[in-house]
Design a protein. Structure first.
Length: 357
């Protein structure tokens, strides 16, 4: 599809198979490089990229077609695809489905569940679904890839905005391929990664919400930046910052989660020599103001690359590594401390002179 605009108000099926008394299998492909495709209607419907029409009664004894007979492919490298479908299935039931987004594509499905590799009706077989994000922006209500080997998510680049996530594919989800920019932006809610979450070089984990994973690792060159503005993020497992990774914190006021970023960790924290980045915006904190940027229930190991002090926007902070938290405290600038010591020395000298007379 090059340029132009398409609008359909019903279901959109790209490679679908109908069950019941007769079996009809087909394959289909949608290639979108530009223009707009709007899939919206009063009854929402379903986007099906490879699979069975989910509302049709299925007779399991009449499954004559094979997986390869039902194949759906959608590839978008540009333009706008927008849908109000409740569910977007990539391989639903005995089928193969591929959804690939890249380039400058915008895939807007803010109210849709993106389901990768699932089963339907009374058929026990899962489809084999693959979601590949190479670039562009994908926005969904939820990303659900829980079919084990039947669900493949390749997050190489681009931006994924999601309010809920469940990934159980047999391996950790890695954000980014280490070469291209990639952003996983959490829009609140709960995000489950059964085998862990990794943030690669040139990739970022942003937003707010709860991450349920045995471990969250920010690899060298990766970034954890909570909230689009100050916010809070909770990780129920362990959190590891590799050497060369980054933790960006906004300090715009004194209330955690509202005015400044806070990370809460249910397990251990390893800071690993990562680099702490502080943005004060237009906020000027006072001497001795404190900010608890990390709270944890387990053990703490390592320190930030800056050690026990950091400066940002003309404000100096001490970094306190406590038994259950990491705390920033505003301290006097070295210059002002030196001037104070000089002033004190001069005052004492005057007093000593006065006593000698």
């Amino acid at each position: 599809m090059f340029g132009g605009a398409v609008t359909n108000t019903g279901a959109l099926h790209i490679g679908a198979r109908r069950g019941g008394g007769a079996v009809r299998a087909s394959s289909g492909e949608l290639l979108m490089t530009d223009g707009t495709w709007i899939n919206e209607g009063p009854n929402k419907g379903t986007v099906l990229i490879g699979g069975w029409e989910p509302w049709v009664p299925v007779d399991p004894t009449k499954q004559a077609a094979t997986y390869a007979d039902v194949r759906g492919v959608m590839t978008q490298s540009g333009g706008l695809f927008r849908t109000s479908a409740t569910n977007i299935f990539v391989a639903n039931g005995p089928s193969v489905g591929f959804l690939t987004i890249g380039g400058t594509a915008q895939f807007e499905a803010d109210n849709s569940n993106l389901i990768i590799g699932s089963k339907t009706g009374n058929i026990s077989d899962y489809g084999y679904g693959t979601f590949t994000l190479n670039g562009g922006t994908v926005s969904v209500k939820s990303l659900l890839a829980t079919g084990g080997v039947h669900s493949v998510v390749a997050f190489n680049g681009g931006t994924l905005n999601t309010a809920e996530t469940a990934v159980n594919t047999g391996s950790a989800l890695t954000v980014g391929n280490g070469t291209d920019a990639a952003v996983l932006n959490l829009l609140g809610g709960t995000h489950s990664f059964a085998d862990g979450l990794r943030v690669a070089k040139k990739a970022s984990l942003t937003g707010t919400g709860t991450i349920q994973a045995p471990d969250l690792t920010i690899q060298a060159g990766g970034l954890l930046s909570i909230g689009a503005s100050p916010g809070s993020m909770t990780a129920t497992g362990n959190v590891t910052f590799a050497s060369g990774s980054f933790f960006a914190v906004d300090l715009f006021g004194l209330t955690a989660g509202t005015d400044y970023d806070q990370l809460t960790v249910g397990g251990d924290v390893n800071l690993g020599g990562s680099t702490l980045q502080i943005d004060l915006g237009s906020f000027t904190p006072d001497l001795n103001d404190t900010f608890t940027i990390i709270q944890f229930s387990g053990a703490l190991s390592g320190q930030f690359a800056q050690g026990t002090s950091i400066s940002s926007g003309g404000t100096d902070f001490s970094i306190g590594y406590m038994a259950d938290s990491v705390v920033l405290t505003v301290i006097p600038e070295p210059g002002s401390l030196l001037l104070g010591l000089i002033g004190l020395a001069l005052l004492l000298r005057r007093k000593l002179r006065a006593r000698s007379f």
